[in-house]
Design a protein around this ligand. Sequence first.
Ligand SMILES: [Fe+2]
Length: 532
Amino acid sequence: MSGPPHHREQSHLPDRRTLLSTALGAAALGSGTGRAAALAPGAGHDGTRDRGNPFNLGIASGDPSPDGFVLWTRLAHEPLAEDGRGGMPDRVIDVDWQIAEDEGFRRVVRSGTEQALPARAHSVHVEPTGLKPDREYYYRFRVGRHTTRTGRTRTAPAPGAPSSSLTVCTASCAAWEHGFFTAYRRIAEEEPDLVLHLGDYIYELGHLQYPVPSGIARDVAGSEARTLADYRRRYAQYRTDPDLQLAHAVAPWVVVWDDHELDNNWAGQHPELPQLGFDERRAASFRAYYENMPLRSAAKPQGTDMRLYRRIEWGGLANFHVLDTRQYRDDQACGGLVGPCGAESAPERSITGDRQENWLLDGLRRSGARWDLLAQQVMFARNDTLDGPLTSTSMDTWDGYTASRGRITRGWIEAGVRNPVVLTGDIHEHYAADLRTDYTDPASEVVGSELVTTSVTSGGDAEEDEFTGDPDNPHIRFHSGMRGYLRTRITPEQLRADFRVLPYVSRAGAPVDTKASFVVADGVPGLQHGTG
Ligand SMILES: [Fe+2]
């Protein structure tokens, strides 16, 4: 009970606690003195004055691989500046970065300087390589005498390597005006290995454009975002939130958008409502998304195209197939939002586009992982929202693209995927569902599971509720309309899902509780009730 493992454990826990306790505001480690100052490139190098701390938007890491990840920050003296430039001067600024094996930066393993360009809204993306697999790293940035807080991130296990466990928190839908981002703070306190964000990270809608019964908890700056300046400013405002900053600082994120990063319910080339200049708007929102997210350069947008679908591999334990169901989908069927009308089941319709579908099916066939998780936006299982014999389904979900759903479901069956699990956001409600070959036949085979995470804030405060079954959708095993997030603990033997809920978001500081738990056992498709 002595020696290195014991020692590591002891030093490990206080480190994490320090990370969480230095949560708010200026946790500037080692700034301005001694060696730190000597390393600093120095604001004022070119004779301009030091305008104060440029690190008001926090730091982030993302897309871990076995030998690296991406580190992110963006400089802004005035996050709410209307021109979206964050009050930054129109010049290149050098940003130093360091990666260490310890939180005290005694064992720095990588360091360098990256240029923050005005053309990229002074964002910085660093992609270190050659790091050790399956381990924690700490990082920070510096400009002049200003140093960021210390972030914690980690690499993925080596390809095929066995892992004992993986904790993932999944979140979506954070409308600024609907409440406080307490769910992000609670996610940080879970100290997950990974955070999955399934979209609606921002809302494009302007002040008072999206009212909810619990009222406006705080004001979003500006009207509906349409220009590059608008989107940049919106991301900047979101990134000033201390709870969001903390959640980014404690774990790597894997992000993908849904619709509100651009326009409500957009589909491929089609905006929600006819509008001039949608291509330009799309390009602006893609550009701002890249600038503000911890994404690898492979995702850098080219005009109206941005390759966001990708695979995150976690050793032999899990593959995350991250899907983009917005950019390549056919327009919603049945004239918009509600069906069915028959058109939704046309065989040529696609929610992924052919290329992404082939990429996914190929990846499922080649996967040797214990768990294959499809991380995506909209509900996969059928969801009839009308009580009684009549049927109403959303045309924005996979119910509007039933041929796509069939091809992918058959694809994972034919590929012999061991444990397929779909992870979903979008609908501002928790759901757990068994995935079946035929949702109209309760006797059809269960071939997978779906876990839908509720919203961080969208919808505002919700009453405590109790799920007593859904006769119209017997495959739906759980539902709650409360705010929160999903926590999953994945081991070779099982995936455990805890549906975490908050009693309110209109005020800060809500506690978190587990509303329901399910287990998926290795090799047994479908959900089992979890205990405790
Ligand atoms: Fe949403």
